[in-house]
Design a protein around this ligand. Structure first.
Ligand code: BG6
Length: 482
């Protein structure tokens, strides 16, 4: 384990992620007294500005994106910040950057939140300026490539300067408390693990629905699409955490070893097991919104929605479909996992309609916006039952915010930045995981290409094209819609 870093160097410091997430997370950690007292934060980007101007920029970002009650000690926090402008495409400015960084006493954490095309020249620049020593660790923000080949190229470039145990690849879903809770739910309770397999589970649904559209990310999103933007990373990480074998400990190697086995066991998907869509004009919460092509200003073949029927080919999950769906401009923002259990093997209840009253158990894990875990159980409806027992499914509900009153709702990056500075890789994605994810996703894209799959239109504010409903209904499954 490395010593905690006392210097954080932030590439892309004037970008959107820094403004919305990184600076607010760091300030919130500072407010809670969780940053090392001597931690220095150096921002760098192409824009010319001095320390004072960067602090002003940061203050504005914090006022916009961090709730006032989490901004305690903001002035002191801003004093930690300094800035060095840099054109990362040439080596010229890196020596000056190194001078600004000085000699970190314990360690330097570098966060690359720039276009991936700058990763390689940045690594070269860092090497040129000696900012690649043993006490330096490197954190990479997505997108890490657009397919397996480009991802490998990035990984090779980074590996030429940093060993894997000093590379921290972000998937911000892993920083979400609610996502980490999947592991707690599965491995800190004796209840679920014995039935967490194809003998008792009929299928699993993972939904990541967003109401937002392009959000001005025109160039990036149109080159990516829902499959690469959401499935390749966040959704597959959720699947890996749901499907993995119990690791021996909560440790970076043990956890990632188990996750990668799941990712490698994902079965190749056929075109018929996928649906793609693209939103047209419609309404979200009563407000009219434009269609994707209209927002983009041109026609496009990029999918803003995808639904996939996936399988993990191993003993535990034999024959259990994992239905995944994600999309922009859906009716609500919700990330949730539904674990649908099988029916009881034999019902002892008879009487009027007893059989149709029997509903198999469900476990619903709400990830966002609210964290709720609901287990539906069958119970007897009160009454004298002269015509036979009456049954109804009732929810056993755990609302996490109520169970843990007073706990902060944290930004995912708070945990990830702390772990980066501490040197704990458990919640970061290992190279073999990223590559297994790309391999599966690339195969889907090849199938789409070979079979001429193009996205079907769906009105904004709906749950995607009807074909997505059909994908599940063919198997007698209904998506869990509110
Ligand atoms: C990002 C995607 O990785 O995740 C975005 O690029 C998406 O398109 C975002 O909106 C969703 O994150 P969250 O935390 O809001 O669910």
């Amino acid at each position: 384990m490395y010593k905690a870093a006392d210097t954080l160097l932030l590439f892309g410091a004037t970008g959107d992620l820094a403004k919305r997430m990184l600076l607010p997370s760091l300030c919130a950690l500072h407010a809670d007294g969780l940053l090392a007292e001597d931690l220095k934060i150096i921002g760098t980007a192409r824009s010319e500005m001095d320390d004072a101007a960067f602090r002003n920029f940061a203050r504005e970002a914090l006022e916009q994106f961090l709730p006032a009650e989490r901004r305690g000690g903001m002035a002191e926090f801003l004093n930690r910040l300094s800035y060095q402008s840099l054109d990362a495409t040439t080596l010229d400015g890196f020596k000056a950057l190194a001078t600004k960084v000085g000699e970190p006493k314990t360690g330097l954490a570098i966060f690359l939140s720039t276009a991936p095309s700058l990763f390689e020249p940045t690594i070269k620049g860092l090497q040129h300026a000696g900012l690649d020593g043993e006490n330096v660790r490197m954190c990479l923000e997505k997108p890490l490539g657009t397919d397996l080949a480009t991802s490998c190229a990035i990984n090779d470039a980074v590996a030429s300067a940093f060993p894997e145990d000093r590379i921290f690849r972000i998937d911000h879903y892993l920083g979400k408390e609610t996502v980490q809770n999947i592991l707690a739910l599965r491995f800190a309770n004796v209840l679920f693990e014995p039935i967490w397999n194809s003998n008792y589970i009929d299928h699993v649904q993972v939904t990541v629905a967003e109401t937002v559209g392009l959000e001005g990310r025109v160039a990036f999103y149109d080159d990516a699409g829902a499959l690469r933007d959401m499935v390749q990373n966040h959704m597959l990480q959720l699947v890996a955490m749901l499907a993995m074998e119990p690791p021996t400990s909560f440790d970076a190697t043990a956890i990632r070893d188990e996750k990668v086995k799941v990712l490698r066991a994902l079965r190749k998907v056929s075109a018929a097991e996928t649906v793609t869509g693209q939103y047209r004009s419609g309404a979200i919460s009563g407000e009219a919104v434009r269609g994707y092509d209209d927002e983009l200003g041109k026609d496009s073949g990029t999918e803003t929605f995808t639904a996939i029927k996936a399988h993990v080919d191993n003993w535990r999950w034999k024959g259990v479909p994992f239905y995944l769906r994600t999309g922009k401009r859906l009716p609500e923002r919700v990330t949730e996992i539904l674990v649908q259990f099988r029916s009881v093997p034999h019902s002892i209840f008879d009487g009027a309609g007893a059989a149709s009253m029997m509903q198999p158990n469900q476990l619903l894990i709400g990830i966002q916006p609210e964290e709720n875990i609901t287990l539906s159980l069958m119970a007897k409806v009160p009454g004298l039952d002269q015509d036979g027992t009456r049954l109804r499914s009732v929810p056993l509900d755990i609302a996490m915010p109520d169970a843990f009153v007073g706990a902060h709702r944290r930004i995912a990056y708070e945990r990830l930045l702390l772990d980066l500075m501490k040197g704990d890789q458990t919640l970061f994605v290992r190279r073999d995981e990223v590559e297994a994810q790309w391999q599966w996703v690339d195969a889907i894209r090849s199938v789409w290409e070979a079979e001429g799959v193009t996205p079907k239109p769906y009105p904004a504010g709906t749950w995607g094209p009807n074909a997505a409903i059909a994908l599940a209904e063919r198997d007698g499954v209904s998506w869990h819609d509110e």
